[in-house]
Write a protein that binds this ligand. Structure first.
Ligand code: DC
Length: 210
């Protein structure tokens, strides 16, 4: 069983993905982490962000154990991730890694922006998770503020809008809901309610195959 979860930043897709993994006993890949790690590594190494081949080399030679979670979760890491994610050579370098992960015997849950459209177009279940930008910005702002970040809420809204635009408008694998995805709008949903909807979609897919 392959579960593909795509959606916007801070929509709740990661939380839904982790809860589904636990519930269905499946391995999990947060594919945004690959792009974040590439962006952070490229920044550390002083790689030219205009040099697609050099960025692809960074992506190909990533050792994910080199990064701690904190450094990957900063707003700067998110911005760098969004920039490298717009580079087709970087996406190609990370594609096989994601596909190989999805092909494990028991299946997998992957979350990102192009899982249902590009990485696993034949996934058994596809979810598209979204919420309005103000709600998402407030969630992310609270999270970062607890970690000591001083960004204002209006700056956070502006950042999210900028990243949404870049993710949506890039030529290669733009962020878009797959035609056959189940839509979950979390603007007015609690985490539990959103997870319940996602679980119901997976159970419906399982039942349809029986
Ligand atoms: O989900 P996230 O915020 O960790 O993702 C970081 C960036 O990586 C985001 O701007 C979009 C990009 N991304 C992508 O283009 N494709 C994916 N499958 C996952 C993330």
């Amino acid at each position: 069983m392959i579960i593909a979860i795509d959606g916007t930043l801070a929509s709740g897709k990661g939380t839904i993905a982790r809860r589904l993994c636990r519930y269905f006993g499946l391995p999990y890949m947060d594919t945004g982490r690959l792009y974040r790690a590439t962006g952070v590594a490229a920044t550390k190494q002083g790689t030219d962000f205009e040099d697609a081949m050099a960025l692809a080399d960074v992506a190909r030679t990533l050792d994910l154990d080199d990064f701690d979670e904190e450094e990957l979760r900063t707003a700067e890491a998110g911005q760098a991730a969004s920039k490298v994610a717009a580079v087709p050579e970087v996406r190609a370098a990370l594609l096989e890694l994601q596909r190989a992960f999805s092909k494990q015997a028991k299946g997998a849950v992957l979350d990102g922006r192009d899982i249902g459209t590009v990485v696993c177009p034949d996934a058994d279940v596809k979810l598209w998770v979204d919420a309005n930008v103000e709600t998402r910005a407030e969630r992310r702002w609270k999270e970062l503020r607890e970690k000591g970040d001083t960004l204002s809420l209006s700056e956070m809204i502006a950042q999210l809008k900028e990243r949404d635009e870049r993710d949506k408008n890039r030529k290669d694998a733009p962020m878009v809901a797959a035609a056959d995805a189940v839509l979950i709008d979390t603007t007015h949903l609690s985490i539990d309610a959103a997870v319940d909807k996602a679980r119901a979609a997976v159970e419906a897919a399982i039942a349809s195959k029986l």
